[in-house]
Design a protein around this ligand. Sequence first.
Ligand SMILES: NC(=O)C1=CN([C@@H]2O[C@H](COP(=O)(O)OP(=O)(O)OC[C@H]3O[C@@H](n4cnc5c(N)ncnc54)[C@H](OP(=O)(O)O)[C@@H]3O)[C@@H](O)[C@H]2O)C=CC1
Ligand SMILES: N[C@@H](C=O)C(=O)O
Length: 266
Amino acid sequence: MTHPSSRKVALVTGASSGIGAVYADRLAARGYDLILVARRADRLEALCAQVSKAHGIQAEPVTADLTQDEDLARIETILSTRADLRVLVNNAGIARLGPVAQRSAGDALSQITLNVTALTRLTQAVVPAFIARNDGVIINIASVLGIHALPISAVYSGTKAFVMQYSRGLQEELAGTGVKVQLVLPASTATEIWDLSGVPLAALNKDALMTTEHMVDAALAGWDQGEAVTWPSVADATLWEKYEAARSALFAATQVGTPAPRYWVG
Ligand SMILES: NC(=O)C1=CN([C@@H]2O[C@H](COP(=O)(O)OP(=O)(O)OC[C@H]3O[C@@H](n4cnc5c(N)ncnc54)[C@H](OP(=O)(O)O)[C@@H]3O)[C@@H](O)[C@H]2O)C=CC1
Ligand SMILES: N[C@@H](C=O)C(=O)O
């Protein structure tokens, strides 16, 4: 299935609420036709109608549970065959927060299945097509918890650390091509994810909570500035440069082939 057209299409996962819904609106405002993916069909249909009317673009709702193999396969087919696709926003994600001993293995696996497996499969589906066209943008939504583990976020932080390293590796792989990967690491943002996670939104420090509009507009400003990695809430950009410098130095220090003197025995 190909759709030869001068129009450009963005596919946004998790577009039925929160951050994904704002991405849909902002990409429509930039002239993208949309394919909006999530489970709640009513919400997707309402958003498609709203953004089509507001921005004069075409928006198609695609109902899919990205933890289900057949649904995921349908989205993979769209990503690998639509010639007009220019942007994939890997946004769908869940959090199930709490100590490992107090949450179920099912809670852990549901986060891994959506935040890691689905994101990986969708990216895998689109990358060859983007490379063939030497054009395309993948926006991967991680989290500041990808570099920071709380006693309640071992699994969630692990999934977002995966998104971070996967995106960084892809950026290396695709360097010099027309295919770009933007890694976005939001801090706490006011969405439904919190109440569903087990940590009520009302329990969060309001001063540290961003609106979805501010988060997405900052991330898109980062995209416009050509950023590979965007920290929407971090004012001092040198912190990321220092983090990267420390990470690189630590990695270089591992490449010596002998145990460190403090581990010498005998
Ligand atoms: N809010 C925050 O503080 C932060 C959020 N993030 C990340 O931002 C992303 C968006 O989350 P946010 O907007 O906050 O949360 P929301 O709960 O508002 O949105 C999550 C979206 O994912 C969709 N989704 C959930 N499960 C599935 C599924 N099985 N299949 C398909 N779609 C699914 C939901 O739609 P539906 O239920 O209709 O399927 C919804 O559209 C996530 O990756 C999250 O980890 C990162 C840092 C901070
Ligand atoms: N989604 C939030 C946690 O549940 C976050 O990433 O901060």
